[in-house]
Design a protein around this ligand. Sequence first.
Ligand code: ZN
Length: 97
Amino acid sequence: MVQTCSVAFCKSRKTSSGDLHFFSFPLKNPDLLQHWVSATKKDLFVPNRWSKICSNHFLPRDYRQPPGGTYILKLNSDASLQFVYHHHPNHLLNSKK
Ligand SMILES: [Zn+2]
């Protein structure tokens, strides 16, 4: 199954080029989870363990890659909450006009 982004209108898909990264919802952190769900802009969206949001909606400083590992978000930092202000890439905002 192709990995897609849970954010409404986001067309991101996981590609072999690997410049996009997908992050799982923080299912064990209800407060943060609420931020993520509202950022998807989908009504009644219930994320499961396979739901992901792509790196377009985060700031580069909000995630890091351990050597040889997969990208992870710094969920405990204030910075990670700020992603809600970046939930739409600019080209998506422009296309709404
Ligand atoms: Zn996305």
